[in-house]
Design a binder for this molecule. Structure first.
Ligand code: NAD
Ligand code: UDP
Length: 348
């Protein structure tokens, strides 16, 4: 009887939603971070009621300032390692909760692993209860230091299970496993995107990732810290392109895993030179030791996303860096609004 009642109320909810009377509800775990805050804004703009859940470990409430006071938006401070508070049902759940920058995820590696594994379990259980579609923000790090280049989704990876990056890489690999096991065991409607290096406004100045470090150093006229000889490669995707991918994936029938990134590859040294040129900085390049297990090359094969989602990145590196430099320049000119710590470093 109870399940019939639930089914009936679900049918009514579905019909009301079709008629546009009930807004879709989304839970964004990690929504106060760089990517999550852009996603919350996009979902609210698309007409969703959004609950952002974050422990504010690497995220900031300032990232959500455009949403404060919006009746369609709610912030809940919570660590996904622990059982979720009762928040009602959701149509969509996005799991972005996890520090993403190497200095941040290596600060407390055990908590990073717990965040990936226990966080995925708690959010997947919520998806079961809600009948929600659930997205996992996976990563190119599941490929480790790849021996296949560029990396297609079929490549199984080359991860050092005991190195300093393993808490993140293996945590994310385990989360993917849990997503597919929940799909097979309970029929959960999953989507998995493997995100390659993404940058843009709202990265933290002390984030420690290469784009934010180089821009902050260049704007301050400090030395640009290249780890190793700068010949290692990355492919950088602008945040707006990534958010468009999230939306397309969640509205498609493609389960994944699917690579998401900009396939144009640069060496780290080339990136430093472009940042110096765009900022007009007098900064000099200095070379520091390469951190352990730092991948030598990385470039996504995005044929699957192009074919199935008609997705292709629209913002090239110079245009995206220009917007990101403008953002950091604005932050640094208004220190009253935002205290700027020194950029984080792994190698010094
Ligand atoms: P970020 O550090 O800016 O955001 C992560 C957010 O998760 C922060 O707001 C943080 O406070 C929150 N968080 C961390 N641990 C939590 C916990 N235990 N409970 C609740 N909240 C927690 O990083 P980002 O670049 O926005 O990355 C978002 C997601 O995308 C992460 O899962 C990351 O692994 C994934 N990803 C990002 C990139 C990238 O280049 N930006 C690449 C690959 C994967
Ligand atoms: N890197 C660098 N200087 C910095 C920060 C990073 O040379 O100040 C290098 C880092 O060693 C890596 C690349 O830039 O080879 C990308 O680093 P990031 O931390 O942004 O991302 P990931 O290594 O996770 O791809």
């Amino acid at each position: 009887m109870r399940s019939q009642l639930i089914q009936f109320s679900e049918l009514r909810r579905g019909a009301a939603r079709e008629a546009g009377r009930i807004k879709r509800r989304a839970l964004v775990a990690g929504g106060a971070g760089f990517l999550g805050s852009h996603l919350c804004q996009r979902l609210v703009a698309d007409g969703y009621d959004v609950v952002c859940m974050d422990n504010l470990d690497t995220g900031r409430l300032e990232n959500l300032s455009a949403l404060v006071g919006n009746a369609s938006f709610q912030f809940v401070q919570h660590d996904v390692v622990h059982a979720l508070p009762p928040l009602g049902r959701f149509d969509e759940i996005y799991n972005l909760a996890c520090p993403a920058s190497p200095p941040h995820y290596q600060r407390d590696p055990i908590h990073t692993m717990k965040t990936s594994v226990l966080g995925a379990l708690n959010l997947l259980d919520k998806a079961v209860d809600s009948g929600a579609r659930i997205f996992q923000a996976s990563t190119s790090e599941v490929y480790g230091d790849p021996s296949v280049h560029p990396q297609p989704e079929s490549y199984l990876g080359n991860v050092n299970t005991i190195g300093p990056r393993a808490c993140y890489d293996e945590g994310k690999r385990s989360a993917e496993t849990l997503f597919f096991d929940y799909s097979r065991s309970y029929g959960v409607d999953i989507r998995v995107g493997r995100i390659f290096n993404t940058y843009g406004p709202r990265m933290q100045p002390d984030d420690g990732r290469v784009v934010s470090n180089f821009i902050v150093q260049a704007l301050r006229g400090e030395d640009i810290t290249i780890y190793g000889d700068g010949s290692q490669t990355r492919s950088f995707c602008y945040v707006d392109d990534l958010i468009e991918f999230f939306i397309r994936l969640m509205r498609s029938n493609l389960v994944g895993p699917v690579n998401i990134g900009n396939p144009v590859e640069f060496t780290v040294r080339e990136l430093a030179e472009i940042v110096i040129e765009l900022t007009g900085s007098s900064s000099k390049l200095i070379f520091q030791p390469l951190p352990a297990d730092d991948p030598k090359q990385r470039r996504p094969d995005i044929s699957l996303a192009r074919r199935e989602l008609d997705w292709t990145p629209a913002v090239d590196l110079r245009a995206g860096l220009g917007r990101t430099i403008e953002y950091f320049d604005g932050l640094m000119r208004s220190p009253d609004n935002y205290s700027i710590p020194a950029s984080a470093s792994l190698a010094s």
